[in-house]
Design a protein around this ligand. Structure first.
Ligand SMILES: Cc1ncc(COP(=O)(O)O)c(C=O)c1O
Length: 375
């Protein structure tokens, strides 16, 4: 059976150039980067070069990059780090209802520590209304965190606008860019953000590494206390191996040209599905302001997980989950107000650098056969 991978929003393969850049750090450069002798030199140089590559992608200074274990840690460091640094000033945080659990769960934790969190609603396409943000900010607000692009439906948020509103009130702005870097421009100055999270394995680097951009002058309380690694913002001996992997991946991600081909394939996929299934297929997310690789579609009246079960060999995700025989919509689709009979048929296909026309044609053909047989 032919295996087809259409789940690049869940994880990407490691790019061969990333693996090649990492190899010397796996095999040779074992020194502790903080040591003062010859064995530290290559490890330290590797980390600092990688920091420069990440900073170049984001358009920031090298010392504004803090390496983390991934997107969840970067998000936790942003939210808790700002809360514990600024809670005397105020304890109100504004976020949205469709954030990844790596934002929602730390917000719930902070509520237990005395924070007040406002979860902004979204419209049917998954976008927040900047006017809602304007109204939500109070003199006690210390942080706004709105994701750059949504992992399930790909909708891109009006981050620049929201960051401007936050700054007009003297409030810091964080964005979770785990899904957007390498897919759409994500420079921190253009977006106007003070903090931004990324995750390595969404951008052809390995799992276990990510980064948080922290604008100069913004102080955060570390999550992990210890020695003064990462400018005192994250203790723990750095992994040169992982940092170098992320650095190389960020260097490759500066070239967004491969996304044009991915967007063309994604649009072709959607056109073919519409041709085959007409009004029995519905697009979830924003038609235009959406990640170029993401196609979240509902097969009306079907169950996404069952459909994927029949599409054996095809790796994709479903927005609905089945708990003890009951279908539950994903919180994202629910917040978008997607009707249950539509949302339960949601399947997220996410394409990437390796996706081919041939694979899309094959998946459309197999879906057509499955749905024809199912009546
Ligand atoms: C938008 C978003 N934020 C954060 C994360 C979590 O990142 P990690 O798994 O690296 O902790 C993910 C992972 O799917 C994500 O899609």
């Amino acid at each position: 059976m032919r295996l087809i991978y259409l789940d690049y929003n869940a994880s990407t393969p490691i790019d061969p150039a990333v693996a090649a850049a990492m190899r010397p750090f796996l095999e040779d450069h074992y020194g502790n980067p903080s040591s003062g002798h010859w064995a530290a030199t290559a490890a330290k140089a590797g980390i600092e070069a990688a920091r420069g590559q990440v900073a170049t992608l984001l358009g920031c200074q090298n010392d504004e990059i803090v390496f983390t274990s991934g997107g969840s840690e970067a998000n936790n460091l942003a939210l808790k780090g700002i809360f514990f640094a600024l809670r005397d000033k105020g304890a109100h945080i504004v976020t949205s209802r469709i954030e990844h659990p790596a934002i929602i769960a730390p917000c719930r934790f902070l509520e237990r520590q005395g924070a007040r969190v406002t979860y902004l609603p979204v419209d049917g396409t998954g976008r927040i209304d900047p006017d809602d943000l304007q109204r939500a900010i109070t003199p006690r607000t210390i942080l706004v965190s709105i994701m750059h692009a949504n992992n399930e439906v790909g909708t891109i948020q009006p981050v620049e606008n929201c960051a401007r509103i936050a700054h007009e009130h003297g409030v810091l702005f964080h964005t979770d860019a785990a899904q957007s870097i390498g897919k759409i421009p994500s420079g921190v100055d253009k977006l106007g953000v003070d903090l931004l999270s990324i995750a390595g394995y969404k951008v052809y680097a390995p799992k276990g590494v990510g980064a948080l951009f922290v604008r100069r002058g913004v102080s955060i309380e570390p999550l992990i206390h210890g020695a003064r690694h990462e400018g005192g913002r994250r203790a723990g001996t750095e992994s040169a191996l992982l940092a170098v992997g992320l650095g190389k991946a960020c260097e490759l991600a500066r070239d967004l040209a491969p996304m044009d081909r991915v967007r063309t394939l994604r649009d072709l996929f959607w056109q073919e599905l519409q041709k085959q299934f007409k009004d029995r297929v519905v697009l979830n997310g924003h038609l235009a302001d959406r990640l170029p690789n993401t196609l979240n579609v509902s097969f009306v009246g079907r169950i996404g997980a069952e459909l994927l079960g029949q599409l054996s060999g095809v790796a994709a995700s479903t927005g609905s989950a089945c708990h003890s025989g009951r279908i539950e919509l994903s919180p994202v689709l629910e917040a978008m107000g997607v009707a249950p009979e539509v949302g339960m048929g949601a399947v997220r296909f996410s394409l990437g650098r390796g996706t081919t026309r041939d694979e899309i044609d094959l998946v459309v053909e197999r879906l057509t056969n499955i749905l024809a047989t199912a009546g």
